[in-house]
Design a binder for this molecule. Sequence first.
Ligand code: ARG
Length: 603
Amino acid sequence: MISLSNALEEKLKAALEKAFSVASEPAGSARISLDPQLVTASKPEFGDFQANCALALAKSLKESPRAIASLIVDQLNADKSFLRLCEPPQIAGPGFINFTIRSECLIEELRKRLIDKRLGVHLVDEALPREKLGTVVVDFSSPNIAKEMHVGHLRSTIIGDSISRVLEFRGYRVLRLNHIGDWGTQFGMLITYLKDVAPEALERPDAVDLGDLVVFYRKAKQRFDEDSLFQKNAREEVVRLQRGETLSKKAWGLICHQSRREFQKIYDQLDVQLTERGESFYNPLLHKVVNDLDDCGLLVVDSGAKCVFLEETFGKDGKALPVIVQKSDGGFNYATTDLAAIRYRFGEVPEGDGAQRVIYVTDAGQANHFSGVFEVARRAKWIPPDCNLEHVPFGLVQGEDGKKLKTRSGETIRLRDLLDEAIQRAKVDLCRRLDEEGRQEDETFIEQVSATVGLAAVKYADLSQNRITNYQFSFDRMLALQGNTAPYLLYAFVRIAGIARKGGDLQAHIDKIEFNQDEEWALLKQLLRFDEVIVQVEEELLPNRLCNYLFELSQTFNRFYDQIPVLKVEEPIRSSRLAICRLTADTLKLGLGLLGIPTLERM
Ligand code: ARG
């Protein structure tokens, strides 16, 4: 209802201007604020919107708030165009003004939405050509080579994908970057170890799996700690790799390739698109980061390490904490790479991305890392005017016992196993239901529905939590058909598809729309809020707002569906009801789509 609330706000501003124009201000007083303070009504019985300005104005004008409110209402009631938009306003409590949009206007909005693929959500800046809008970089997922992708990476992948989808839908150019951990001294160890025990892994792209690499990595580290000759060889290997020697580069490339294959399976399964640009990409820019920090006078050498000290951040000992950009052995850090990446993304480097906003989706444990890195970039003046860096943190994924998520035998859960289990459990639920309902379905149906529901459940469970808090992973809860779950929302959509199968033409053109039941109006008003919710998600980067909205929409729809007959009524009521069913289906489909969840016609 953004267009309606904007229209109402304009009328209110005009009324305020008329009632309290400068002329009536007491001489010498400061200019009073004529902001209508319009908000969404807190309860449906108060109408649709509420203006709170009378209370603030009463203070400046030394009048009673109700008297002020009634002056405003008089102005509004004298405005014909206002009365076409709203019912006569009501003054409530100490001086709030409540507004109810006229039903004709709501129906008009419904008509507009029925022919608008974007369902009322405007492009971010329609006046600007797309290429003028700055790019938004969303840095998400970002697992590490030769390590299993863990549930934290899953969270980052799901949240980052949804944020990217919302921003893309609003019309931004989004660069979805996978900042893979593909560089570092550990590769020296791993290559040296593989040369010895599994040389084929350094020759063929498909010789080993990520699982094998993880084991090799663990053993390599053990050998490194115990064996001084191995240590020496591994260090020499790092030097060769950093120098870019062909054989070392090739071995490194093969290791990356074998990890990447496994990551890609997960991305394919989740339908997530990412452009890989790992840490190694920024190698050639690292020296310049250190030199330029030195030139700005920000660098301090502390026990041989090159650091930037930030007075605001303190360690446990009360001393200022440094951001270390080059270790005493000459090696660079995670932070150095992130600094180089910032410069590249903002386009400090000629071929860079020209981003306007860079969003990092990682666990909250990296908050200090990012605030340090962002502050260094700010001091070095690497953040162009009107550009932003944002860390989008999320909490831990916990098991049902509130502890770290583990398998029964106490090991970390492999993501592929976790997703497969969700699908498997969805299949068991589905087969039980089919049995109870005496339905016969073929194998393709069962496979497709279980995969969609299982993956949707995992994604939705994650997205529907406020991302900042820790979240408890529970297959039972996320797969339940009742409650704020993916199956519940998917089922609402299936009900509407069912209406169509029973002969309701959802696409039919309608001339006359007429509603006469509270459930219809409640559903329509809920539908018209979609545009506000999307804009809010874009601003706060909180996909759970969209989840809550879709959940409430499904509940409102289910109340309508249970109480109100759709097919067995006369025209024009029948077509009118079919029309809101269709808008409900479209809104659920688009909304779930922005969460990365596809809908089903039957389940
Ligand atoms: N690879 C890192 C990890 O697994 C996440 C990288 C996040 N992105 C970044 N630009 N630092 O924790």
